[in-house]
Design a binder for this molecule. Structure first.
Ligand code: M5T
Ligand code: MG
Length: 567
C-alpha cells in the first residue's frame, strides 16, 4: 500500500474536508433517534402538540443538515477517488512507456492491462469506500453505544452484550471468507488472461480450427472462477443471515425486557424506539466496516500488483529531449549480447564492424542468426553486455535515448500498424508532417499508387493491425512511416519480404537519393549484391564482411546462400 499513499497525499486537504463532513453527518445521524425519543415521550405521550411541532422542526433541520453534509461529502469523495484513479492510470501508463525492452519482455501484456484497468478500479473503489466509512462507522458504532447509555443505562448494558457477539460473528465470517475472496480475485485474473490471449490470436485459432482446445482452456479457468466465487459467496450467504438472525433475536429479547421496564415506569416508549434505531445504526456500521475491509483486502492485492509497475527500476528514456544530435555512423566493437532473462547463451558473439555515415550496410544470414537482435542494439532497445555500440561516435550506453531514437527510423520485421487513417499511421514517424511530406514519403515507399487508388486515399481507415491491407501494402506503409521521419539512420528489418523485387528496387533507389545511413536486413542476395558493405551473420558471429566480390571468394556461408538463390 505504501506506494499508493503519495497519490492520496495529493488530495490530503480534500480528504480531510470530506472527513469533517463525515463527522458532521454522523453527528446528525446520532442526534436523530434521540430527538425521536423526546418527540414520543414528551410530545406524543403527553399529547403536547407544540412540543411535537417544535421537536419535529428541529428534527427536520438536523435531517437537512445531515443531508447537506452527505451530498457535499459525496461530491468530494467521488471527485477525489476518480481523480486519484486518473492520476494513477496516467502514471502507470507513463511508467510502462519508460520501461526498457528488458522490463517489458518480463511481463505479459495481459498482466499489464489488468494492472492498468482492474487493479486501479479496485483502488478507486477502496478510496471512495474509505471516505465513506473511515470516520463514520467507528463514530456511529461508539456514538450509538454512548447515546444509548445516555438514554438509559440498562439498554446500554444490553448493547455491550449484543454488539461484541455480532462483531465476533462478522470477524469469523471475515476469517473464513477472505482467503476465498482473494482466491476468487486470482481466478478472475487468470480467466482474463486466457480471454485476452485468445482474443489477440483469434485469427490463428480460426485458421487452425483449434477452437475446441481454446474453449476447453477457457472452460477450465472459467469453471474455476465460478467454483471459487460460489464458495466465497456461500460464506457470505451463510453468515449474513446468521448475523441478521442474531441481531433480530437481540431486538426481540430487548423488547421483551423493555416491555416490563416500560410497564414498571422505569423506561419510556420513546427510549425504546430510539434504542431500536441505534441498534440498526450499529449493525449498519458493522456491515460497512465489513464491506470496506473486503475492499481493503482486494485493494491491497491490487496495490501490490500496481507496485510491480511503480517500483520497476529498469527504465529508459526518462526525461531528456528529442532533437537529433547524432551523426549517421554506426559501429560495433566486439559486441556480445545476451537477452535479459534469456539464459546464458549470447545471441551475438564478438560482433565488430564499422559503417560510415551515409552508406548502406546489408545484413544477410540464416533465420535465427541474430540479425534482428543486432539492429535492436542500434536504437539502444537493449544495451550490449560486452563491447560497445556507437552511433555518431557516442556509445549507446551513455547516450540520451530520446535524442538517439529521434535520429533513427526503424522498420521492424513485424511492423505494427494502428487503428486509424493511413495518413495518421505514416505521420507517426513525424508528428508534425504536412500532407505533402506524407505523400512524398509514400511515393518513395512505392505506396502512393495503391493508397490513391482507394476512394478515400490517405484518409482510408486501417483496421486494427492493418487487417484490411495486403502484406506488401502494410510493409510499404511501414517504410513510408520511416521515410517521413527524415532520420539520419534508417533500419529496415527484412521489411520488403512481401514486396516484389522490382518494387523493392524502386524503394531502394528512392532511399539512396535521400542518402541516410541505411542498415538493411534481407534474405535476398539480389538486395545486397551491389552494396559495398555486406555483413554475413551466422549463429551470432560475423562470418564475413565486405562486398559481394570479396565475400564470394572468402566466405563459405555467403557462397552457400548465393548458390541456393542462383536459380
Ligand atoms: C536470434 C532470440 C531468438 C533467437 C536469437 C528478437 C528476439 C530474439 N531472441 C530473443 O530471445 N528475444 C527477442 O526479442 O535471439 O534471433 P533474431 O535476432 O530474431 O534472428 P534473425 O533476425 O536473424 O532471424 P530471422 O528469422 O528474423 O531471419 O534464438 O530466440
Ligand atoms: Mg529477424
Amino acid at each position: 500500500m505504501s506506494h499508493i499513499i503519495p497519490y492520496w497525499r495529493r488530495y490530503q486537504r480534500l480528504i480531510f474536508t470530506a472527513f469533517a463532513f463525515l463527522f458532521l453527518e454522523s453527528f446528525g445521524d446520532l442526534l436523530q433517534p434521540m430527538i425521536v425519543s423526546r418527540i414520543i415521550d414528551q410530545g406524543v405521550m403527553e399529547g403536547a402538540l407544540p412540543v411535537v411541532l417544535r421537536l419535529g422542526g428541529l428534527m427536520l433541520l438536523v435531517t437537512l443538515f445531515g443531508a447537506g453534509c452527505a451530498v457535499t461529502r459525496c461530491i468530494i469523495s467521488s471527485r477525489v477517488s476518480q481523480q486519484f484513479g486518473a492520476d494513477l492510470r496516467l502514471d502507470l501508463y507513463q511508467r510502462i512507456n519508460c520501461f526498457s525492452f528488458g522490463a517489458l519482455g518480463k511481463r505479459e501484456t495481459a498482466a499489464l492491462i489488468t494492472r492498468m484497468t482492474n487493479d486501479t478500479s479496485q483502488l478507486v473503489s477502496f478510496t471512495h469506500g474509505m471516505m465513506r466509512v473511515f470516520v463514520r462507522s467507528p463514530m456511529l458504532l461508539f456514538g450509538a453505544i454512548t447515546m444509548t447509555f445516555v438514554l438509559n443505562p440498562r439498554l446500554g448494558i444490553i448493547l455491550l452484550v449484543v454488539v461484541p457477539l455480532i462483531a465476533l460473528l462478522m470477524y469469523i465470517s471475515m476469517k473464513v471468507g477472505f482467503p476465498l475472496f482473494s482466491k476468487m480475485q486470482e481466478a478472475l485474473d487468470r480467466n482474463n488472461g486466457v480471454l485476452r490471449e485468445y482474443l489477440s490470436g483469434v485469427r490463428v485459432v480460426k485458421a487452425y480450427n483449434t477452437f475446441d482446445q481454446e474453449v476447453e482452456r477457457f472452460d477450465v479457468s472459467n469453471t474455476e472462477l465460478a467454483a471459487t466465487a460460489i464458495k466465497a459467496t456461500r460464506v457470505v450467504g451463510v453468515f449474513f443471515p446468521i448475523i441478521s438472525f442474531a441481531a433480530n433475536m437481540a431486538l426481540v429479547a430487548t423488547l421483551w425486557l423493555a416491555r416490563g421496564w416500560v410497564a414498571d415506569g422505569q423506561m419510556y416508549v420513546g427510549q425504546v424506539v430510539a434504542f431500536l434505531n441505534y441498534m440498526m445504526q450499529i449493525t449498519m456500521s458493522l456491515r460497512m466496516i465489513f464491506n470496506v475491509y473486503q475492499m481493503f483486502i482486494r485493494a491491497k492485492a491490487s496495490a501490490h500488483r500496481v507496485g510491480d509497475i511503480i517500483n520497476e527500476e529498469d527504465l529508459q528514456g526518462l526525461g531528456g529531449h528529442s532533437s537529433s544530435l547524432y551523426g549517421g555512423a554506426v559501429s560495433f566493437e566486439n559486441v556480445t549480447f545476451v537477452y535479459p532473462g534469456g539464459g546464458n547463451e549470447p545471441v551475438l558473439k564478438d560482433v565488430s564492424f564499422e559503417l560510415p555515415s551515409g552508406e548502406t550496410l546489408g545484413i544477410i544470414g540464416s533465420t535465427g542468426a541474430g540479425k534482428t537482435s543486432l539492429v535492436q542494439l542500434i536504437p539502444a532497445f537493449y544495451l550490449p553486455d560486452l563491447g560497445e555500440v556507437k552511433v555518431g561516435g557516442i556509445s549507446t550506453s551513455y547516450a540520451d535515448v530520446n535524442a538517439l531514437r529521434a535520429s533513427i527510423a526503424y522498420v521492424a520485421q513485424q511492423n505494427t500498424l494502428f487503428y486509424g487513417t493511413i495518413a495518421d499511421n505514416i505521420r507517426m514517424g513525424k508528428p508534425d508532417a504536412t500532407m505533402e511530406e506524407i505523400e512524398v514519403a509514400a511515393k518513395a515507399a512505392q505506396a502512393h499508387e495503391f493508397i490513391s487508388a482507394s476512394p478515400e486515399g490517405y484518409e482510408t481507415i486501417i483496421g486494427q493491425k492493418g487487417v484490411n491491407l495486403s502484406g506488401g501494402q502494410k510493409q510499404r506503409i511501414g517504410i513510408a512511416r520511416a521515410l517521413v521521419r527524415d532520420a539520419q539512420i534508417l533500419i529496415l528489418d527484412d521489411c520488403v519480404s512481401a514486396v516484389d523485387v522490382e518494387t523493392e528496387g524502386a524503394i531502394m533507389r528512392s532511399i539512396n537519393m535521400v542518402s541516410p545511413t541505411v542498415v538493411l536486413i534481407t534474405q535476398r542476395i539480389s538486395s545486397v549484391i551491389n552494396l559495398r558493405h555486406i555483413l554475413v551473420l551466422e549463429a551470432g558471429r560475423v562470418a564475413g564482411y565486405g562486398n559481394h566480390a570479396s565475400l564470394i571468394e572468402t566466405c563459405d556461408v555467403y557462397k552457400e546462400i548465393y548458390n541456393s538463390q542462383l536459380i
